[in-house]
Design a protein. Structure first.
Length: 580
RNA sequence: GCGCCUGUAGCUCAGCUGGAUAGAGCAACUGCCUUCUAAGCAGUGGGUCAGGAGUUCGAAUCUCUUCAGGCGCGCCA
């Protein structure tokens, strides 16, 4: 409908307005046509008069009047008002208004989808937590966000690929491995366990699954744990070195086993959280810098050849200052080992090589200083940094009522995503995460997320859906099947649903905006508003006491509201409830 | 010190590609169940949109600046 009017407006601008070509281009760029917030302003409104007026220096109201004359005779238009400083408010005739219901109901699950993305390939990389322990509540937010974004973009016509980057190659994995080995051989008392190691209970669980205990003897163990440095970081590094020296086979076995167990936990949790990935990318698959056939070698080699990377003080540096980074960054350390950054550069090159039109990285906001580096590396490799969008997600603080739940990863005391799911349920958790803009701090209040009242939006929205389902069931009991007629709305005899239909007609626009802005929370607030319109209607209108014809029209309108809520929740990865 | 983010009702937050009277919920006060789910609805009070300047026909929204808070600035990942 909006497209229809925009075509006529642009046609008018080009052929009849008398504006210069340059002005027309400027106007086209700036004006907007949208569904009104309030039916008093008609169904559709455009600021074209104001924009034309400001661009051409003419009176906005006169510009609006001229266009009004042009649009008033269009099919579907009942009347047009020039309002306020120069808005054009368009009132549709009943037939067109009613078409909104039938068209949307016919579209069913497809209502709200579009071809905005034109099949472009878009990759979303998210969660990507180090596989050193179970996911915690912080990761849950990224998971809910990335997954919802994927659903929204897919509904908007993008070909979406969701990916998890597994950091299986670095020091963190070594620390995981050594932590498991220390538990396996019970090397330390509880209070002297290396403070840099992982102490969660899952480490002990993993150690119980290692069956190669006899690969190492008492003397070797003694060597490994004696003469350790006092600095915690040096201590853990020494232990890693010692284990590798004494029992490389055991080391590798334990490392693989630990990684697989932890990754298994992560995958289970994500599946339970209804988050599916298309691809799990292993950092180790990038290979070693020393290997000329590896992806990491090839990426770095390319940067060196193009002059972006240079040697200094024995290390290989990437010039990232050229995109505004504070300082240049090291790719290959003095001792020849690649940095995490180098692997990430190769990873991003690989992403682009795989043919994605757009890349979205969902990162914890503590990584924001890292963005410029990656952008610089992309430019250095000859790609446009515009193809990458980094969406930062702030961490979530957990509250139980007013009390903050403290978490410490090191000590292994933390509230896991699994705990959260057990406590409040998957859908309530997903919804709560999505109910605030991703890059803002979120206080996750478990009490609130469990509460069953209006303050907890998920219940409010679900309640609207369930109420409609319940009405539908009652109606079916009395009439065998749902109605198909909307006669009394069509001929204007019954108007009480108009606000609801109008609100429901905004849905595709909201999906589109949340796809463009990459903001699922827009959907949350829209659904709240729609639910509110419904509850209000429901309270004022005893539906099943209406005339037969009115009932039919109402049931059809409410079915539309129900469809929008169900489709909207589905885009957030949440199932709509038929009963509560 | 440099960079990024935030500051809207007593509290928690929407609104921000500039637009028509700044919105919800909670809390306070008042009404509404012999009726389809009261997990709800309706109403009242509450705002110099942190302060200041600028751009504009028009600014919560854009620019600059001040103040306040958060985060990031490793040859860690």
């Amino acid at each position: 409908m909006i497209k229809f009017f925009n075509q006529h407006i642009e046609n008018f601008l080009v052929k009849e307005s008398g504006y210069s070509k340059e002005d027309v281009i400027l106007i086209k760029d700036k004006y907007k046509t949208e569904i009104t917030d309030d039916l008093k302003k008609g169904h559709i409104t455009t600021n074209i008069g104001l924009v034309s007026g400001s661009v051409t220096g003419t009176n906005p109201k006169e510009a609006a009047e001229a266009l009004k004359k042009n649009l008033i005779n269009l099919d579907g238009v009942d009347q047009i008002e020039v309002a306020g400083p120069g808005f054009l408010n368009i009132f549709l005739n009943r037939l067109y208004f009613v078409n909104l219901i039938t068209d949307s109901l016919n579209a069913k699950k497809a209502y709200g989808t579009s071809n905005l993305g034109e099949g472009k390939k878009i990759q979303i990389e998210f969660v990507s937590a180090n596989p050193t322990g179970p996911l915690h509540v912080g990761h849950g937010r990224g998971a809910a966000f990335g997954d919802a974004l994927g659903r929204i973009l897919e509904a908007s016509g993008y070909e979406v690929s969701k990916e998890y980057y597994i950091n299986d190659a670095g020091r963190q994995i070594d620390i995981l491995t050594v932590s498991v080995l220390l538990r396996l051989f019970k090397c330390f008392e509880e209070n002297s366990f290396p403070s840099s190691g992982y102490k969660g209970k899952y480490i002990i669980d993993i150690s119980n699954e290692i069956d190669k205990k006899d690969c190492i003897n008492e003397n070797q163990l003694k060597t490994i744990i004696s003469n350790l440095p006092s600095d915690p970081e040096e201590e853990i590094d020494a232990l890693i070195r010692n284990f590798k020296n004494e029992a490389i086979e055991l080391w590798e076995h334990t490392k693989n086993k630990s990684l697989n167990v932890v990754l298994g936990l992560i995958k289970e949790d994500l599946a339970a959280f209804k988050v599916d990935f298309n691809n799990w990318f292993y950092e180790s698959s990038l290979g070693a810098v020393g290997d000329k056939d590896s992806k990491i070698y090839s990426a770095i080699n390319q940067l060196e050849k193009s002059g972006q990377a240079y040697k200094e003080e024995g290390a290989l540096w990437l010039n990232t200052e050229n995109v505004g980074d504070d300082k240049n960054r090291v790719l290959i350390r003095e001792d020849g080992r690649a940095t995490y950054f180098a692997a990430d550069v190769a990873y991003h090159k690989d992403k682009v090589d795989r043919g994605f039109d757009r890349l979205i990285n969902v990162w914890g906001s503590d990584h924001h200083g890292y963005i410029k580096r990656i952008e610089s590396s992309l430019e250095g490799l000859g790609f446009s940094k515009e193809s990458l969008h980094v969406q930062l997600v702030q961490f979530a603080n957990l509250f139980q009522g007013k009390e903050k739940i403290k978490m410490s990863t090191r000590s292994g005391k933390f509230f896991t995503l699994r705990d959260l799911m057990d406590e409040i349920g998957v859908d309530a958790a997903r919804f709560y995460y999505l109910s605030k803009q991703a890059d803002q701090h979120l206080d996750f209040d478990i009490e609130l997320a469990k509460s069953q009242n209006k303050e907890n939006l998920i219940y409010y929205i679900q309640y609207a859906h369930a109420r409609i389902c319940s009405l539908q069931n009652k109606y079916i009991e009395l009439n065998d099947s749902l109605p198909t007629s909307i006669k009394s709305i069509e001929d204007g005899a019954y108007l009480a649903c108009d606000k609801l239909i109008h609100e429901a007609s905004k849905f595709p626009g909201v999906v589109e905006r949340s796809a463009v802005a990459l903001q699922p929370h827009l959907l949350v607030f829209y659904l709240r508003d729609l639910a509110h319109q419904f509850h209000s209607f429901y309270n004022d209108n005893p539906v099943l006491k209406e005339s037969k014809e009115n009932q039919e029209s109402i049931l059809q309108s409410l079915n539309l509201v129900r469809l929008v809520i169900a489709n909207g929740l589905n885009l957030l990865g949440i199932d709509a409830l038929e009963k509560m």
